[in-house]
Design a protein around this ligand. Structure first.
Ligand code: PLP
Ligand code: LYS
Length: 439
């Protein structure tokens, strides 16, 4: 059994996180519930920041809030001195509601609407990461109307196939994101930005994918971008102040995953950027990164109650829990793998292999296949580890299942930061066809 961060087995044989017995969390907040080990998030954030400081480069570590965006999480990012990557009006709204310092907000997205861009300009956020010509034109037009100049990065697609699941690859040529670096699009976008009175180009952004275990892709991206920056300096006297190499650093979900330490990704990236800058006789730009998963992923644990069983002799035993693809869609979407234990009987010997089913009306709603566990009865508590990234943020109300609450634990204290949805929440946007339904 691999325990992350402050998780441990206490004297009662229960899983404890942040100094709080998970059974007490269940008693107070019910199941399913997302539990976050806040000390671990702080440790990860500090690790990134310290690496940049130690290597003496100007940097911003922007938390990619798509991984887990709530007001409390954004406030935690602010406490730790992170910047913030948002990718929609909703994530931006969350950041504003959390009173996150606007100058440290970076706005992403491959199809930002006019209203979203306007919202970003009205709040005077730090930087807009422009993804395509449609957006560049719209942004120029809005800035002209408002008589302002926007700080931007151009998102480029370097043409790199990182080793990860196809659905979470983003740096390859055949991608919906960014200006292609090879075919002239990025240079056209650069020229347009440099000519514009309403655009101030800070530099370049690229993101090659997610859950990546090697540094090769990042280093290759840096090299490709530098050779383009060199061309751009010769042709347009443009020097990038900022180079944003995105996020994507992998984490350990199961023993098959062997990520390198977060600091190592960053050290290698910084060394390569310095090497390239020296080679082309350029100033070392500010290096920005955008980790999401690696800041919050292993800090999250979901607690479920076990329920029905179905035994198919000589085939498989199914054990169902009171959540599923509605609170964690990753197994269904990416065949993502997780480890889990019975939080109330952690040290008991393994007695069977069961497959953990969700409660949604969908055969694909399986959370974990073939999990070794003590024989679980009804009302045991299953703790699924590493659900902190893209769990709550991709949760949905399929089958009208209310979304679980989120609880932060730290130093023996549990704090509710998102309450459980109610059935009333589920119907709150519905309008009746027949008036009498509401009478
Ligand atoms: C542009 C961008 N930045 C950052 C991230 C965060 O990635 P991860 O959570 O893998 O660190 C993503 C998601 O893949 C992204 O698309
Ligand atoms: N949502 C994905 C990653 C995509 C990241 C955003 N570009 C996951 O759960 O792994």
């Amino acid at each position: 059994m691999f325990l992350h961060g402050t998780s441990r087995v206490n004297e009662k044989g229960h899983l404890e996180i942040g100094g709080v017995d998970t059974l007490d969390i269940v008693k107070e907040f019910g199941t399913p519930v997302y539990v976050y080990d806040i000390a671990l998030i702080r440790e990860r954030a500090r690790g990134y920041k310290e690496t940049f400081e130690r290597m003496g480069v100007k940097a911003q570590v922007a938390y990619a809030s798509k991984a887990f965006s709530t007001i409390a999480m954004v406030q935690l990012a602010e406490q730790e001195g992170l910047s913030l990557d948002v990718v929609s009006g909703g994530e931006l709204y969350t950041a504003i509601a959390a009173e996150f310092p606007v100058k440290r907000i970076h706005f992403h997205g491959n199809n930002k609407s006019r209203d979203e861009l306007l919202m970003a300009l009205n709040h005077e956020i730090g930087c807009i990461v422009v993804d395509n010509f449609h957006e560049l034109n719209m942004l120029e037009e809005l800035c002209r109307e408002k008589k302002i100049k926007a700080d931007i990065l151009l998102r480029v697609t370097p043409g790199i196939e990182a080793h990860t699941h196809d659905y979470i690859l983003t740096g390859q040529e055949d991608s919906k994101f960014g200006f292609d670096l090879q075919n002239g699009q990025a240079t056209m976008a650069l020229e347009q930005s440099l000519k514009s009175e309403y655009i101030h180009l800070l530099g370049v952004h690229c993101h090659i994918g997610s859950q990546i275990f090697e540094t090769t892709g990042f280093l290759l991206a840096a090299r490709k971008i530098f050779s383009k920056l060199h061309e751009w300096r010769e042709a347009f006297q443009f020097e990038a102040k900022v180079l944003n190499l995105g996020g994507g650093f992998g984490i350990r979900y199961t023993k098959e995953d062997q990520p390198i330490p977060a600091a190592k990704y960053v050290e290698e990236i910084i060394s390569e950027v310095k090497r390239q800058a020296r080679h082309f006789n350029m100033e070392v730009p500010e290096i920005w990164i955008e980790p999401g998963r690696s800041l919050v992923g292993d800090a999250g644990t979901t607690l479920y109650k076990t329920g029905s069983r179905k035994e198919v002799p000589n085939v498989r035993n199914y054990l169902a829990v009171d959540g599923g693809m509605s609170d964690n869609i990753r197994p269904a979407l990416y065949e993502a793998k997780y480890e889990a234990v019975l939080a109330n009987r952690v040290l008991e010997p393994v007695e069977e292999t069961v497959s953990i089913a969700g409660k949604c009306c969908e055969s694909g709603d399986m959370l974990i296949w073939d999990l070794p566990l003590p024989k679980a009865g009804q009302d045991d508590i299953l703790a699924v580890f590493c659900t902190g990234a893209y769990g709550y943020s991709m949760a949905n109300n399929y089958n009208r299942i209310p979304r679980p609450p989120v609880v932060f634990v730290e130093n023996g204290q549990a704090r509710l930061v998102v309450r459980r949805e109610t059935f009333d929440d589920l119907v709150q946007f519905d309008l009746p066809l027949l008036e009498k339904v509401n009478k």
